[in-house]
Design a protein around this ligand. Structure first.
Ligand code: MGD
Ligand code: MGD
Ligand code: SF4
Ligand code: MO
Length: 712
């Protein structure tokens, strides 16, 4: 046997231990970068090396989160046994006992208060198979209408805007490779450089080829640094800005009449509305000069090709749906969609944020993007599930509204899989109070999260390295994540947990799956003929390919990267333009709460931080939350750099450290979302929801800030 080495070609180190390779995909964001984790073991010492693997989306790149993702999997405090709360302390119990307790608690609640006293809350990290199964679990095993998931806080506005405008919701209407063909790109409320870093080369390449990039963000970020023009917009005013741009495009005849006539409807009402839009008012509302708005309109209007991307900055607003629709209006009036280098993209958030919103985790949805209130859709799914359609519950409510029902005592038993709502919901003090009132709370997680601490029972689940399944990336490309590592002893996969609970509840025959592929084959049939049709996708095809785009309707369908070349997915085949008014119902600043707060992310942490705070490499330089504040604002509020600051709103308070920076507007402060307890910024945010899609307005509320000596 030859000498063994570790390290790469350039840096080979002799090594005599054992070496294992795990092929996988990053558990974090929606790019789903592929990678190989190499484990070197020598005398019980383990070392890890992460090697990026080439694939069409990431093109062989990995960001710092991906490179360190394995660290939380190896963390010493992984939960490996079910934990039952007894006298305020968790004690390990057997799976058999855990399942018995679930059976008796759920049955008691169902018998005493009815099926709808149980609620199910899922997440966008779950595989397609598990998201599908969770929807079926709620409706068939528990027979409750109450199921929703954390994607409601994430993709809901973009999803409802795309469905209403195009008739279909797939995050990107084109493959990523078309970005380099765009001559003008608008990045609205998206911080790709920190949130999907491996996508940045697509944009820098486009720029090298002459694209003009416009970023719209109240803050300077690594993403706005890439732009030729940065509009430091006042938070919450994107819809009005889009009106200003549209007006200039229409008034200066930069519209594509042929496209409007052949491919859209509603243009006349938009034109009428724009006639009443005053540019000086738009300037007042948005804080962006008419001059800059004109520059944007002419650049975008005159460009041969163009793309618009939005993310949570525009979408997590109480007018999120309409704001996105107004940006899409820009594409439609200029005819920049459905051809090379022209399209819309909602930059999806979670690893399976796309697939997780297609197959029934949503309150009003059945698999394949079917609608739970449509009689034909209900009949089809009832047949696939082999149940009587009468027994298929109706529409439930959105994630935060479910928490209201918990608070009101209407839902008394809750099952959470893949989310940490006590940190990620808006108005978290209220949510926490509600969860404490529950008669029975089950949390399925790898770790004891902030929400887990409130649970009566915690079930340990497997990680991305251990759990096989398909994930649909931000392009709508379905990929197969292989499981190459064994889960720790005592840990079960999410899908196994659902099947086992269904079994003890007497619903075994509907959940007799023996593998993720087994579940996927049912999902394929359930999605067949739906908008998100996965029928033509199989594990074999995924193994042999780099992933397949949906819709994929038959086994020889190659899938489609670019949508809407000839028609839209709406009933009349046209895209629907609508007028969006400059209405502003958002919380206003006042003497008591004089600043705007906006919230978001930083590079090295992921969502509520449960995973990334357990990664020493990621946590090292970012182990506490902070407040970005302009030096002049800080001076006014007597706040020094690095000092503790208490933020207060009409709902609650949080304590974080100040970070003085010129990179933010003077009327706005920014706090990231990755910490819990007294640093949890959602103690401050507002519960106001977008009326169309029920996404919370996470990106704006009014606050006061007070310097304090010690954190409270
Ligand atoms: N590092 C990291 N990456 C992630 C995640 C993470 O937690 N950490 N989470 C993943 C998930 S689930 C998601 S949803 C995505 C989120 O991805 P993004 O939406 O890109 O991230 P955010 O930081 O929430 O918000 C983006 C930007 O919106 C700006 N913004 C705030 N208010 C407004 C406004 O009113 N108008 C405009 N135009 N901009 C505004 C913020 O300053 C911020 O820079 O990232 C994914 N990737
Ligand atoms: N103020 C404010 N609040 C926000 C946002 C914002 O921008 N501002 N963004 C919102 C957005 S976009 C999102 S997506 C939400 C996300 O909010 P959460 O859903 O709370 O996000 P996570 O931190 O991913 O929580 C996931 C939990 O599930 C566990 N987990 C991870 N993978 C799995 C798995 O495969 N199975 C199971 N059973 N458990 C798993 C993790 O350990 C973690 O405890 O937060 C929202 N909240
Ligand atoms: S966090 Fe996103 S960009 Fe970074 S490695 Fe993971 S999937 Fe890729
Ligand atoms: Mo998200």
């Amino acid at each position: 046997m030859g000498e063994k080495y570790k390290g790469n070609k350039q840096n080979k180190i002799p090594f005599n231990g054992t070496k294992k390779e795990y092929h996988t995909q990053c558990p974090f964001c929606s790019v789903q970068c592929k990678m190989k984790l190499v484990e070197y073991e020598n005398h019980d010492q383990k070392e890890y090396e992460v090697i990026p693997v080439n694939n069409p989306a990431s093109e062989g790149r990995l960001c710092i989160k991906g490179r360190n993702a394995h660290q939380h999997v190896m963390a010493k405090d992984r939960i490996t046994q079910p934990l039952l709360k007894v006298n305020h302390e968790f004690v390990p119990i057997s799976w058999e006992k855990a399942l018995h307790i679930i059976k008796s608690k759920f049955t008691k609640i169902k018998q005493g208060e009815g099926n709808h006293a149980l609620g199910v809350y899922g997440g966008g990290s779950l595989t397609n198979e598990e998201a599908y199964l969770l929807g079926k679990f709620a409706r068939v095993a528990l027979q409750t209408k109450y199921i929703d998931y954390n994607g409601r806080f994430c993709m809901a506005a973009a999803s409802s805007a795309a469905q209403k405008t195009f008739g279909i919701d797939r995050g990107l209407t084109n493959g990523l490779d078309e970005i380099v063909q765009a001559r003008c790109i608008i990045l609205a409320g998206t911080n790709i450089a920190e949130c999907q870093p491996t996508l940045i080369p697509y944009f820098s390449k486009a720029k090298q080829r002459g694209a003009f990039i416009i970023a719209i963000d109240p803050r300077e970020t690594e993403t706005t640094a890439l732009a030729d023009l940065h509009l430091r917009i006042k938070p919450g005013t994107d819809a009005a800005l889009a009106n200003g741009i549209l007006k200039i495009i229409v008034d200066n005849e930069m519209v594509n009449q042929q496209f409007i006539q052949e491919r859209t409807n509603g243009y006349e009402s938009l034109k009428e509305h724009l006639a009443s839009v005053q540019l000086d008012q738009v300037e007042d509302i948005t804080g962006i000069s008419i001059d800059l708005i004109k520059q944007v309109a002419f650049k975008f209007g005159k460009a041969q090709t163009g793309m618009i991307f939005t993310a949570r900055g525009v979408e997590q607003q109480i007018d999120g749906t309409l704001a996105v629709r107004n940006f899409i209006n820009l594409l439609l009036v200029t005819g920049k969609i459905g051809r090379n280098g022209c399209g819309y993209g909602a930059i999806t958030g979670q690893g399976n944020g796309q697939g997780g919103r297609e197959h029934g985790q949503k309150a009003d949805q059945l698999p394949g993007f079917r609608c739970i209130e449509n009689p034909e859709h209900r009949a089809y799914i009832a047949k696939v599930w082999n149940i009587d359609e009468k027994n298929l519950p109706g529409k439930g409510v959105s994630a935060y509204e479910m928490m209201e029902k918990v608070h009101q005592g209407e839902i008394t038993g809750l099952f959470i899989m893949g989310s940490n709502p006590v940190v990620s919901n808006p108005n978290v003090n209220f949510v926490e109070e509600g969860l404490k009132k529950l008669k029975f709370l089950v949390v399925v997680d790898m770790f004891l999260s902030e929400t887990g601490r409130l649970a009566d029972l915690i079930l340990p689940t497997s990680s991305y390295l251990e759990n096989e399944g398909t994930m649909t990336n931000l392009e709508g490309r379905v990929t197969l994540r292989k499981a190459t590592k064994k889960p720790p002893r005592g840990v079960k996969h999410d899908w196994e947990i659902l099947c086992e609970i269904a079994r003890v509840l007497g619903k075994e025959k509907f959940f007799s799956f023996t593998s993720p592929e087994d579940i996927f084959n049912e999902l394929r049939v359930a999605s067949r003929g739906g908008k998100a049709d996965y029928y033509g996708i199989t594990y074999d095809r995924l193994t042999q390919s780099e992933g397949l785009f949906w819709p994929c309707r038959s086994l020889d369908d190659p899938g489609k990267a670019r949508l809407f070349e000839d028609s839209f997915a709406s009933i009349d085949g046209k895209a629907h333009i609508i007028p969006v008014l400059n209405e502003d119902k958002k919380e206003k600043t006042s003497d008591e709460f004089p600043l705007y707060l906006t919230t978001g992310r930083i590079l090295k942490h992921y969502l509520t931080g449960v995973q990334t705070r357990r990664s020493p490499q990621l946590n090292r330089d970012n182990n506490e939350s902070f407040l970005e504040i302009h030096p002049q604002t800080a001076e006014k509020f007597h706040i020094k750099d690095g000092a503790w600051v208490k933020l207060e709103s009409r709902r609650g308070s949080a304590t974080v450290r100040s970070k003085l920076t010129h990179r933010i507007r003077k009327d706005t402060v920014f706090v990231p979302i990755h910490w819990g307890d007294n640093q949890s910024i959602n103690r401050v945010t507002s519960q106001a929801l977008d009326p169309y899609c029920k996404i919370p307005g996470f990106k704006i509320c009014a606050v006061n800030i007070i310097p304090i000596d010690d954190p409270v």
